[in-house]
Design a protein around this ligand. Sequence first.
Ligand SMILES: NC(=O)C1=CN([C@@H]2O[C@H](COP(=O)(O)OP(=O)(O)OC[C@H]3O[C@@H](n4cnc5c(N)ncnc54)[C@H](O)[C@@H]3O)[C@@H](O)[C@H]2O)C=CC1
Ligand SMILES: O=C(O)[C@@H]1CCC=N1
Length: 269
Amino acid sequence: MTAAIPVPAWLVGCGNMAGAMVDGWRASAVDFSNVAVIRPSGAPVESIRTLTDYPDQQPRFVMLGFKPQKLDEIAPRLEPHIESDTIIVSMLAGITASILRQRFPNARAIIRIMPNLPVAQRQGVIPLYSEDRDDQACDAVEGLMGLLGLAPWCEHEDQIAAIGAISASGPAYFARFAEAIGRAGVTHGLSSTLAHSIAAQTLIGTGAFAAATGESMGEVARRVASPKGTTEQGLAVLDGPEGLQPLVDRMLGAALKRVEELAEAARRN
Ligand SMILES: NC(=O)C1=CN([C@@H]2O[C@H](COP(=O)(O)OP(=O)(O)OC[C@H]3O[C@@H](n4cnc5c(N)ncnc54)[C@H](O)[C@@H]3O)[C@@H](O)[C@H]2O)C=CC1
Ligand SMILES: O=C(O)[C@@H]1CCC=N1
């Protein structure tokens, strides 16, 4: 039997990220019959009832899927519906468990997650973190997230941000790298369509190859780069002192700084 969403359940905000989770759960045959999406646009979500306002109901499960900057607009109207039976799952970047507990003091348990878009294909990474020692609630949410991919628990809240900077933001970074390789292909005479499609297919194929062989990315790179061959010369540029690692370190640092800023803004309110 597949994991079940405790019901009644509300998905408050259902855009790119929560929508991808819904797609993954749908592919896992999760029952949505007592689940409602609540968002002001009322834009329909396939096979889930969509509402523009909170019904007169006390939900047992609420997933926060809106932007962190919306917390102070949304929390005061949502809070009266949250009771000692309600599990809150939050994907809001930067919004800590203690900030959420302050906004929703009555919640049974508050569980933070930091999912990524490939949950739609059940190939996601979904770190979890909670400060509430509620094994039943944690097991229920772990079961649901486990349907969508790798769902590790974090011991410390900082790990949610660190994992998130890699895996939640990661699809954007890998996508950007593939775009840059595609653009380089155009510089070398390929048509834009061909260059970008082969760059994307190479990213997809590399992931599939690594998954099928179980090899680390380091091993995959070594397998491609023949000694004294062509790839070795390209890797030497990436591996140089001005190469990829310092750039990636700065990239992650900038994203993590923003996590702090979002938390600070929420703490001030
Ligand atoms: N996009 C991603 O890959 C990831 C996003 N997240 C988190 O997911 C959350 C949502 O991000 P996205 O899906 O990218 O944004 P989005 O803009 O695609 O979706 C936001 C949703 O919030 C809804 N919304 C706006 N105002 C609302 C209100 N007053 N009440 C209820 N719903 C309201 C919108 O209708 C929309 O459905 C953010 O907190 C972000 O930190 C976390 C990990 C990855
Ligand atoms: O960019 C963001 O703020 C969200 C959180 C991690 C990925 N997307």
